[in-house]
Design a protein around this ligand. Structure first.
Ligand code: ATP
Length: 356
């Protein structure tokens, strides 16, 4: 019932700005899909189109197999939870939960039953007589979720639902939302700009950039096989190092921005590679002084359990980040040599598309 499908969905605002272009994607009934991308990539636009708050310029949206392009928000029965929760400040928690049911002319006994059910599920029972101003951020979030849930919608649309919470509460509420989604089995589209949040939550993640779908895959797949340089440079913290590259006839890898020393390539290093990528955790220190490329430490970030080292080549401005366990004793300016194993490189063509 709650499957959602987009077919070549596009939205161009009257200003001529294309906020979404040719988006095609199928979301299964009961799936939790995370949509992630930088600010302005079209995430909220997508949710507004699904909810019916805005109309697409082209393409179609199907909910439960039915094309909903021409249906009003009320006819779609999807529940949107906004970042600011949009609770009614003058109503109690009970009033907030009851309002969408009254709007739908649900009878009094049924209203009471549903509110009790949702209040118990979200542990809101002790808070039912309070007003939003008397609640913590996390509690308000739960009320906003509860208000969406009482309606028994076919899908939840969550727009940065925990962005306003502090770090500790974010982790907790995020886990609660995922648990709630599993328990209810209701299709959920969860929008965030935070790739770490996306990676921890998503069974499947759709990465958007400039209104275009870049890749939709599991967290593991996005990390291991990014479809292009955008995904490679967006997923992971810090993300993949991306460097201009030239491949020698021998297969050796030349990094012009790092002195042009040939690094050993692998069998079948793609000849038309224009960009090479390597994850910070795959950049290692060379044990032999004749090995690897010579760099200097530009910045040291101690994080406790690990350290991020920024390296630069003597001559160039290009830099490379390595992620090493523990607290290696480096200081800015230290000269070191880096070793990068042939099998750890990713290659992309001049358009940024991944090469096999
Ligand atoms: P954020 O994470 O910052 O909320 P977003 O990915 O949700 O960003 P959208 O709100 O979907 O982005 O906006 C996508 C693009 O469309 C943005 O560049 C925005 O400026 C533009 N946009 C949004 N609404 C309108 C509008 N009514 N008219 C013109 N352009 C708009």
């Amino acid at each position: 019932m709650g499957s959602i499908a987009f077919e070549e969905l596009s939205k161009t605002y009257p200003s001529g700005f294309a906020a979404l272009s040719d988006l095609s994607l199928d979301i299964a009934d009961g799936e939790l899909l995370v949509v992630v991308g930088p600010s302005g990539c079209g995430k909220s636009t997508l949710l507004r189109l699904i909810a019916g708050l805005d109309r697409p310029t082209a393409g179609s949206i199907r909910i439960g197999g039915t094309k909903v392009n021409a249906l009003s928000p009320a006819e779609r029965n999807v529940a949107m939870v906004f970042q600011d929760y949009a609770l009614y400040p003058n109503m109690t928690v009970r009033g907030n939960l009851e309002f969408p049911l009254k709007m739908r002319r649900v009878g009094r006994a049924e209203r009471r039953r549903r509110i009790e059910q949702v209040a118990s599920m979200l542990e809101l029972a002790p808070l039912l007589d309070r007003r939003p101003a008397q609640l913590s951020g996390g509690q308000r979030q739960r009320v906003a979720m509860g208000r969406a849930l009482v309606r028994d919608p076919v899908a939840f649309l969550l727009d940065e639902p925990i962005a306003n919470l502090d770090a500790r509460l974010r982790t907790q509420v995020r886990a609660e939302i995922a648990e709630l989604q599993r328990r209810t089995g209701t299709t959920m589209i969860y929008v965030t700009h935070d790739q770490v949040e996306a990676m921890t939550l998503g069974q499947r993640i759709a990465v958007l950039n400039r209104g275009r779908l870049q890749q939709a895959a599991s967290p593991r797949e996005l990390y291991a096989h990014p479809a292009n340089t955008f995904v490679a440079g967006f997923i992971g913290s810090p993300p993949m190092n991306l460097l201009p590259v030239r491949i020698e006839r021998s297969g050796d890898i030349i990094l012009p921005s790092f002195g042009g020393v040939p690094l050993p390539g692998r069998m079948r290093t793609p000849k038309d590679a224009a960009i090479a990528g390597i994850r910070p955790e795959a950049v290692r220190l060379a044990e032999v002084s004749s090995e690897g490329i010579a760099v200097r430490v530009r910045e040291v970030e101690y994080l406790g359990h690990e350290t991020l080292l920024h390296f630069a080549h003597e001559a160039g401005a290009a830099s490379l980040i390595a992620r090493l366990p523990g607290l290696p004793p480096f200081a800015r300016g230290d000269a070191v040599r880096l070793r990068m194993a042939p099998e750890d490189w990713y290659f992309f063509d001049r358009n940024g598309q991944a090469l096999g």
